[in-house]
Design a protein around this ligand. Structure first.
Ligand code: SF4
Ligand code: SF4
Length: 172
């Protein structure tokens, strides 16, 4: 396991309050760092820098630079394994989602996620559906995909600020 040396001068003691204000992340400060969330995390088993317990600790102390580096937060699969194991009800899965939200607000998004968002804005889908994919679907007996209703999606995009997130801010 990689060690993590942190410099307290980089900590932002107020950051935890911003995180806790997001629904799902309210219990951040009751984490007692037992580590029960980490051994069964499928990502932690394969990626040395990824540990749910560590992410919770970084959020608690406000090490924003570390949290938003290496696309760390975007490695989580959202499987909820950590959330089931936590004896304190911290819900690390939802905490990570909250941290992603803060990252997005600050324009910190991995290029691959931005590409998906751009595709969604222009086509209504996050992946391009090629003719080859359509043929594969037919071969597998799957029904033809309906065209996305862009009119309805535009309303969602406008109210969520998606376009602004994708184009309006660059990574800080
Ligand atoms: S299991 Fe819960 S209390 Fe224990 S380290 Fe993980 S988030 Fe904190
Ligand atoms: S939800 Fe994310 S952090 Fe939690 S166990 Fe699954 S992959 Fe790991």
């Amino acid at each position: 396991m990689s060690s993590l040396i942190l410099d307290m001068r980089e900590a932002d003691p107020k950051f935890k309050y911003r995180v806790k204000a997001i629904p799902g992340a309210e219990k951040l400060t009751v984490c007692f760092q037992c580590g029960a969330c980490t051994p069964d995390c499928p990502v932690a088993k394969r990626v040395d820098i990824f540990r749910p317990r560590r992410i919770v600790r970084l959020a608690l102390f406000g090490f924003k630079k570390r949290l938003f580096s290496d696309n760390l937060l975007w490695l989580c699969l959202g499987c909820f394994g950590c959330t089931e194991m936590c004896p304190q009800g911290v819900k690390p899965t939802e905490l990570i989602e909250a941290l992603r939200e803060i990252g997005a607000e600050e324009g910190i998004l991995p290029p691959s996620i931005k590409d998906m968002m751009k595709a969604l804005l222009s086509t209504g889908r996050i992946h391009r559906i090629t003719k080859a994919r359509e043929r594969t679907r037919t071969k597998m007996g799957l029904p033809a995909l309906e065209e996305p209703n862009m009119e309805e999606l535009e309303i969602v995009f406008a109210s969520s600020g998606l376009a602004e997130l994708v184009s309006g801010k660059e990574e800080k």
